[in-house]
Design a protein around this ligand. Structure first.
Ligand code: MN
Length: 723
């Protein structure tokens, strides 16, 4: 049953109380020296807030005192209570965190500072769209989960005393409560606080609807009383007969959950109220299952409705057995069965942990559940690590793995994957911001663009017109958006540069043929585009610029098409005259290392992306393969006069004898041929296989060389090697 009432008014909660009342109630679970600390915090706050009043007219300190009271009801530890008493001191009285630290220790100062920070975010990021992020943000930011608990208590007291505010402000705070704080409370399993926040928020935001539902519940309660009592008695009797005497408590849904069910599930009020719900609290986990068995023998369970949240707790730590029964006359009966510890957990969630710890100083006996271990783990980690970045890491990992929440300078919250950098942030803001970012400030201090972001930081991107993405960013960006945008930009960039280069190369090649690039007609370009299967002339230029296409070849193709312009039957590729190779092509032309073509050999050229044009002999086995790809193959012919040297490989079999290699080298040199490389393989004790790569001028030159080698006495065989 709910412990509070929101109708007819909330005055009951606004009574000031005093520090002495609080101290008395603390004595049930906190040691005297620590109560003294709490008192000191109170007097400090009283003095700091001296002269300040709440809108209700009461001294300001009544508010922190009430917040501490809420936490005391949850049996929170003395540090949380001190932080609650001091929670508005930094923000409202200008006292520094450092002086709080001196007075009350760093832990309390950190807690107060954390609450102040949350208060600041809350006022900066009011946009509704940010609500969900705020929840995550708030949880992720709080180094110490008690910061959230103090903040929730603060908000709860503000909600209880909303009445004195202007309607406008009241509504805003109520909406924020429903959107941000109630879900946080739910996430942390703090059922009691969540329910109260929701009903207060709902009543403030929709007073008429709340009133209607409230009245309907009241009326229904009257009608239901008899049935509720009947069911309750029959269950209690049955349990007693089986040796499990225990109290069965009726449950009612709270207003906001009824409202939400009507809204979201489109159920009528009577449909929702048509369910009778009870809770049974028993002493041990073992009893939970026994009682369940007993109840299932009393009433028939509805198939598929049994849920074992003891074995598999909900992610917020909630544990219980749930079942639904067919009651008398077919009314559904909802039953929850749990232990007192589970009940605490269900009501106070994460806060229940401090309750367990301070009850008798011993960890809880009984069931070791995932949820309990989670909470336990959090606390242990917190105790171990002291301030505890680790602690919050654990909370974050559990609640929201792999996300960080950062601010823009305007206070907008941005959600990014864990490990994101300022560059990821910049691209998340806008592609243009990403493309032009040059530096950044993290919390107003200059920082490298590669620095991983932490939750809660404010990121300011410094952009510059004309700046470009740096390829090295790809080494550290995390988001797909940043990565793909950087790649896209760089690709475009390379494309533009390649086109400019291609234009220059083609211009030069045409100049060598006494043609000006500007003199090439659109029609010539178009016909080349059509005949080569490129999608534009720019694309052809790009291919030239990237070295995939020869400028000279392209120049010839352009002009050849020009001379054949009137011959419409003669449309296709290979019809233009072969390109002449005269040995002056330099690096643009490569001679294949498989067949080593030399002047006089029939040759053919192939365009390769890596090496530009590669020339093979016409009968090379690689040529056969390339010939299937006419777009990449170029008919070639040696010029009448060819300059330079051409490598060729000779295989020489010879009998081993002293000095034979020297003789061989001498012979070759004497014919004005350079040996580029020589390698020897011993075939057997008598024979060697010598491979020589020689530079020659022509086939004729080669023939003379081979003849001279054969004339050496120990040489058995000389062949031109082709791979
Ligand atoms: Mn406050």
């Amino acid at each position: 049953m709910q412990q509070y009432s929101i109708f007819p008014n909330t005055e009951a909660h606004t009574e000031p109380g005093s520090i002495d009342t609080l101290a008395t109630s603390l004595s049930s679970y906190i040691d005297p020296p620590q109560i003294q600390l709490v008192k000191r915090a109170y007097y400090y706050a009283e003095q700091a807030h001296d002269g300040q009043r709440r809108r209700s007219g009461q001294p300001y300190v009544t508010h922190p005192l009430a917040v501490a009271g809420i936490l005391a009801d949850m049996h929170m530890d003395h540090q949380s209570l001190m932080a609650a008493l001091l929670h508005d001191v930094i923000e409202d009285t200008g006292i520094s965190k450092a002086s709080l630290g001196e007075q009350f220790g760093d832990t309390v100062a950190d807690l107060v500072d954390g609450v102040s920070k949350l208060t600041r975010i809350e006022s900066e990021s009011r946009a509704e769209a940010q609500a969900e992020n705020f929840q995550k943000m708030a949880l992720a930011m709080a180094r110490d989960i008690r910061v959230i608990l103090v903040k929730l208590a603060d908000r709860l007291h503000n909600m209880r005393t909303l009445g004195v505010l202007k309607p406008e402000k009241r509504r805003r705070i109520a909406r924020e409560t429903l959107e941000m704080y109630a879900p946080i409370a739910q996430r942390l399993g703090m059922h009691n606080i969540r329910v109260e926040l929701e009903d207060l928020g709902f009543t403030t935001l929709y007073p008429m609807r709340a009133k209607r539902i409230h009245n309907a519940v009241k009326a229904a309660r009257g009608n239901r009383r008899e049935i509720v009592e009947q069911i309750k008695e029959s269950i209690e009797l049955g349990l007693e007969r089986d040796g499990h005497p225990c109290a069965v408590v009726g449950r009612e849904k709270h207003l906001y959950s009824i409202y939400q069910k009507m809204q979201n599930k489109k159920k009528s009020f009577s449909e929702i109220m048509d369910i009778y719900a009870f809770r049974i609290v028993v002493d041990s986990v073992d009893s939970c299952y026994r009682v369940l068995g007993c109840i299932h023998s009393l009433y028939k369970p509805v198939p598929g409705q049994f849920k074992d949240y003891i074995a598999i707790p909900k992610s917020n730590g909630y544990q219980s057995l749930h079942t639904i029964l067919f009651g008398m006359h077919g009314v559904p009966i909802e039953i929850q069965i749990r232990t007192p510890e589970m009940e605490e957990m269900a009501n106070y969630g994460i806060a229940a942990h401090w309750l367990y710890k301070t009850n008798d100083g011993q960890p809880l006996n009984g069931s070791h559940t995932r949820a309990r271990q989670w909470v336990q783990g959090l606390l242990e980690m917190q105790e171990r690590a002291g301030n505890s970045l680790e602690f919050i890491e654990n909370v974050k990992i559990d609640l929201f793995p792999d996300e960080v929440y950062v601010f823009s300078p305007k206070g907008e919250i941005m959600e990014l994957p864990h490990g994101s950098t300022p560059v990821d942030f910049a691209y998340a803001v806008h592609t243009d911001v990403g493309n032009s970012c040059v530096a950044c400030r993290i919390n107003r201090r200059l920082a490298p663009l590669s620095e991983p972001l932490q939750s809660g930081q404010t990121i300011e991107i410094i952009a510059s017109k004309g700046a470009q993405p740096n390829p090295s960013w790809l080494n550290f960006v995390t988001t797909g958006k940043a990565r793909s945008n950087i790649r896209h930009y760089l690709k475009n960039q390379r494309q533009t540069e390649a086109i400019v280069l291609g234009q220059r190369l083609l211009g030069k090649a045409l100049a060598g043929l006494d043609v000006d690039l500007d003199g090439i007609s659109e029609k010539q370009k178009e016909s080349l585009v059509n005949n080569t299967g490129h999608h534009s002339f720019d694309h052809i230029l790009e291919e030239i610029g990237q070295g995939n296409r020869l400028p000279l070849l392209t120049a010839h193709q352009l002009l050849a098409r020009d001379s054949n312009r009137d011959d419409s039957n003669n449309a296709e590729g290979s019809s233009h005259p072969p390109l002449m190779i005269d040995g002056t092509e330099g690096f643009r032309v490569n001679f294949a290392r498989c067949c080593y073509p030399i002047p006089g050999d029939p040759i053919v050229g192939f365009i390769s992306a890596e090496r530009g044009m590669v020339i093979h002999t016409d009968n090379c086995h690689n040529s056969l393969e390339f010939k299937n790809n006419p777009e990449r193959s170029v008919p070639l012919r040696w010029a009448e006069e060819v300059e330079g040297e051409f490598s060729i490989e000779l295989g020489i079999a010879l009998e081993k004898s002293r000095g034979i290699i020297a003789v061989l080298a001498n012979r070759i040199n004497s014919l004005d041929a350079n040996i580029e490389k020589i390698s020897i393989e011993d075939e057997d004790p008598r024979m060697s296989m010598v491979n020589v790569i020689v530079g020659v001028h022509s086939r004729l030159h080669l023939a003379r060389i081979m003849r001279r080698i054969r004339s050496i006495k120990d040489v058995i065989k000389v062949t031109r090697v082709k791979h």
